[in-house]
Design a binder for this molecule. Structure first.
Ligand code: ASP
Length: 329
C-alpha cells in the first residue's frame, strides 16, 4: 500500500466516563483540530516529523488536554512538562523533562534533534528554551490552582488516614494521587505519522500526573517507553497512561518490535494486552502506524481520545470510547 500521508493522534487514556458535556465537546474538537493540522502539514509537503510536532502543538494550545496550557501541576503547584520526538529513518530522538517555564515542550524536544544530547531536564531545559527564544508558559489560571488546592487537601487527608492503617498500596504511593476521574483522566497527547516518502515519526507531550513529586519524570520522554519510531522495524508508536507502569514495560518499543512481523493494529492490541498482563488493567493505551500506513489504537482504560486524518481526505474521524466506531482502515 502506498500512502500520501496519514496521521493518528491521541488525547490520553484514562478513567473518562465522567467527562461528558462541554468538556467532551472541547476534547473532541481539539483532537480533530490536531489531526487536521498534522494532515495539512503533510499535504503542504512537509515530513512526518513536522506533522506530529504540529499536531502536538495544537493540543498544547487547546487547554483541555494534559499538555501545554492544560497541563496538571506537581506537588508544589508548578508545571513540570515532559515531551519527546523520534524519527524513524535514523532513530534520532529529542526529549525534555520537568520543564516549568516553557510553553511548547514538544518544540523544544524537536530542537534537540539537532543537539548533541538526547534528553535534557529541569532548569537546564528551560534555560535552553529561553536561549532558543521559545515562549514561556503563562502562570496557571485560577481554576487550575483551585483544582490543585482541592487535590492537595484530599491527599493530606488520605496520608493521615494511611498513617494509621499502614503502608499505602502501590497505586497510592507518591507517584501521584488518584483523585476523581475528571481531575485525573490521563489527557497526555501524542501523534504518529507516515509521510509520502515513507518516513515514520512520533511525538508526545504531557504535564504528567497531578501532584507528582518534584522532578518526577514518567514514560513520555523516554525512548522505547513513551514513544518509539523505527523505519527498519516498520513502525512508530506513542503511549499514554500510568508512566510508572509504561516505562517498565517499554510498551512503544514492544509495539514496534511486533509490527515487524504483523501490522499496526495487531501490534497495538498485543502490546496493550501484554501491558495489562504485567501491570493490570487501567494502565494505558497506544497508537501505532506502520510502514504501509496501517493504523492501530488500543487501550485497557475506559476511554482514549483518538483522531486520524489522511492527506486527500477531508473527513477526520474522532472517537473516545471503546464501543465507538473508529475507521482505522
Ligand atoms: N504517561 C504520562 C505520565 O505518566 C501520563 C499520561 O499519559 O497521561 O507522565
Amino acid at each position: 500500500m502506498t500512502t500520501r500521508g496519514v496521521i493518528l493522534v491521541h488525547g490520553g487514556a484514562g478513567a473518562m466516563r465522567s467527562m461528558g458535556g462541554q468538556r467532551e465537546a472541547a476534547y473532541r474538537a481539539g483532537l480533530r483540530a490536531a489531526a487536521a493540522a498534522g494532515r495539512d502539514v503533510l499535504a503542504a509537503g512537509a515530513d512526518a516529523m513536522a506533522a506530529v510536532v504540529a499536531a502536538n502543538r495544537v493540543m498544547e494550545d487547546a487547554g483541555c488536554f494534559n499538555a501545554g496550557l492544560g497541563s496538571c501541576l506537581d506537588e508544589r503547584g508548578e508545571y513540570a512538562l515532559d515531551a519527546a520526538v523520534m524519527r524513524g529513518s535514523d532513530r534520532e530522538a529529542g526529549a525534555v523533562g520537568a520543564l516549568s517555564a516553557t510553553h511548547h515542550a514538544v518544540t523544544l524536544a524537536h530542537e534537540l534533534l539537532a543537539h548533541r544530547h538526547v534528553l535534557i531536564v529541569g532548569l537546564g531545559a528551560d534555560d535552553l528554551a529561553r536561549e532558543l527564544g521559545l515562549p514561556a508558559i503563562p502562570p496557571p489560571p485560577a481554576d487550575k490552582l483551585a483544582t490543585y488546592a482541592k487535590l492537595r487537601a484530599s491527599k493530606a487527608e488520605r496520608l493521615e488516614d494511611l498513617a494509621t492503617v499502614g503502608r499505602p498500596d502501590d497505586d497510592d504511593d507518591d507517584a501521584g494521587v488518584k483523585p476523581s476521574p475528571e481531575d485525573t483522566s490521563h489527557d497526555t497527547v501524542g501523534a504518529v505519522a507516515l509521510d509520502s516518502s515513507g518516513l515514520l515519526a512520533a511525538a508526545v507531550t504531557t504535564g504528567g500526573l497531578w501532584l507528582k513529586t518534584r522532578g518526577r519524570v514518567g514514560d513520555s520522554p523516554l525512548v522505547g517507553a513513551g514513544l518509539f519510531a523505527c523505519n527498519a522495524l516498520g513502525g512508530a508508536a506513542v503511549a499514554t497512561g500510568i508512566g510508572e507502569r509504561l516505562l517498565k514495560d517499554l510498551s512503544c518499543f514492544r509495539a514496534c518490535q511486533l509490527v515487524e512481523s504483523s501490522d499496526a493494529g495487531a501490534a497495538a492490541e498485543r502490546a496493550v494486552a501484554e501491558l495489562a498482563q504485567r501491570f493490570g488493567p487501567d494502565t494505558g493505551g497506544l497508537i501505532v502506524v506502520d510502514r504501509e500506513g496501517r493504523l492501530g489504537a488500543a487501550f485497557n482504560t475506559s476511554g482514549m481520545g483518538r483522531a486520524l486524518a489522511r492527506v486527500g481526505q477531508d473527513e477526520v474521524p474522532v472517537a473516545v470510547w471503546p464501543e465507538e466506531p473508529f475507521p482505522l482502515a
